[in-house]
Ligand binder design. Structure first.
Ligand code: BV8
Ligand code: ZN
Length: 283
């Protein structure tokens, strides 16, 4: 943990000042945010499956070639995500979004942890104000309107029919022993695929919405992304080009570092709760 006089503490104070003076905040997150929940990222050496590069598995061609292998990869990732929990950074982001009315969370992650954090933060907030956990309706409503993310790349707890496009909530264990054993559509018997955006596939309406918010925001807080995947990484650039600031949270430099107003060199779990802690007007 940084001491009071450390450069990181000073940089966090600068970041808090920027947030205090801002209206319109977009928070762009990547796999590094979930690293503090024990989920491997894409590009670090011990990242996702050593035997395969994500770019070789997260593609429509890979799924056509070997749907059992691709579903096996998602099964491993879903089990890892189900066995973990949102970390302090997820929870701080959700609480921050619930405290203000001008925050939008945009994630590249498909692990659903922002959604779990949104429900936990809504319950926490409701307990603080009414002494009761957020009721199903109240909790959902609070989460849905403010702390649920725009999921640019989808979510692997949803499956989509490759034939008719029907979407399903899908958390079952996947039998990858044969293509016949893989999940199929209840409506048309087509093969189901993870409802995520693969390389070479368009992001559709979510990226348009994200760019729209980014263009009207005074600051983009970028947490735990290598900023190499497009068009997601450009969300921060849209804010910058519209005259806004970028606050980057990442132990390492990224292509966004040169255009960042403040770079906070630390992990998400260490830095984000300090950056977004409640304070004067800051929210
Ligand atoms: C598109 C879902 C066009 C699946 C993902 C050739 C052909 C086609 C397209 C392209 C091409 N060349 C380039 C492109 C564009 C391509 C692209 O960007 N490629 C990259 C590799 C260069 N993009 C696309 O294909 C996109 N679609 O362009 O379509 C189109 C338009 C119209 C019509 C048809 C087509 C689609 C891209 C989406 C791919 N899907 N995910 C899945 O997850 O299984 S991307 C995948 O990478 C994940 O979503 C992941 O989140 C994302 C980005 O990675 P990061 O999140 O940044 O993770 P990474 O490991 O890289 O970095 C982690 C960072 O965290 C590091 O910086 C590290 O320092 C830091 N960190 C580590 N620990 C911590 C930490 N930070 C904080 N705290 C810590 N503790
Ligand atoms: Zn179908």
């Amino acid at each position: 943990m940084a001491t009071d006089a450390s450069p990181l503490t000073a940089a966090i104070a600068t970041g808090r000042e920027i947030l205090r003076a801002s209206r319109g905040i977009v928070i762009l997150t990547g796999a590094g945010l979930s690293a503090d929940s024990g989920l491997t990222t894409f590009r670090d050496p011990k990242g996702h499956w050593k035997r395969h590069r994500p770019e070789d598995l997260a593609t429509p061609e890979a799924f056509r070639r070997d749907p059992c292998l691709v579903w096996e990869w998602y099964g491993v990732r879903r089990r890892a995500a189900a066995d973990t929990a949102p970390n302090a950074a997820h929870l701080a982001i959700a609480a921050f979004a619930l405290r203000r009315d001008d925050v939008v969370i945009v994630t590249q992650n498909v692990d659903g942890l922002h959604t779990v954090a949104a429900r936990q933060a809504a319950d926490e907030r409701s307990r603080d104000t009414s002494g009761e956990p957020a009721g199903e309706v109240a909790g959902e409503l609070a989460c849905r309107t403010k702390a649920l993310p725009i999921e640019l790349h989808g979510c692997f707890y949803r499956a989509r029919c490759s034939a008719c496009g029907r979407c399903y909530e899908h958390r079952d264990r996947i039998d990858t022993s044969s293509q016949q054993a893989l999940p199929h559509c209840a409506k048309c018997s087509g093969l189901l695929r993870p409802d995520v955006v693969w390389f070479g596939e368009p992001l559709g309406e979510p990226i348009d919405r994200a760019f729209g918010y980014a263009a009207q925001s005074d600051v983009c807080v970028v947490v735990g992304t290598s900023a190499v995947v497009q068009p997601a990484a450009s969300v921060a650039v849209v804010t910058r080009r519209a005259g806004g600031a970028i606050i980057e949270v990442n132990p390492e430099e990224t292509p966004l570092t040169p255009m960042s107003t403040v770079s906070l060199r630390g992990t998400a779990a260490e830095v984000v709760p300090r950056l977004l802690a409640p304070g004067r007007r800051h929210g």
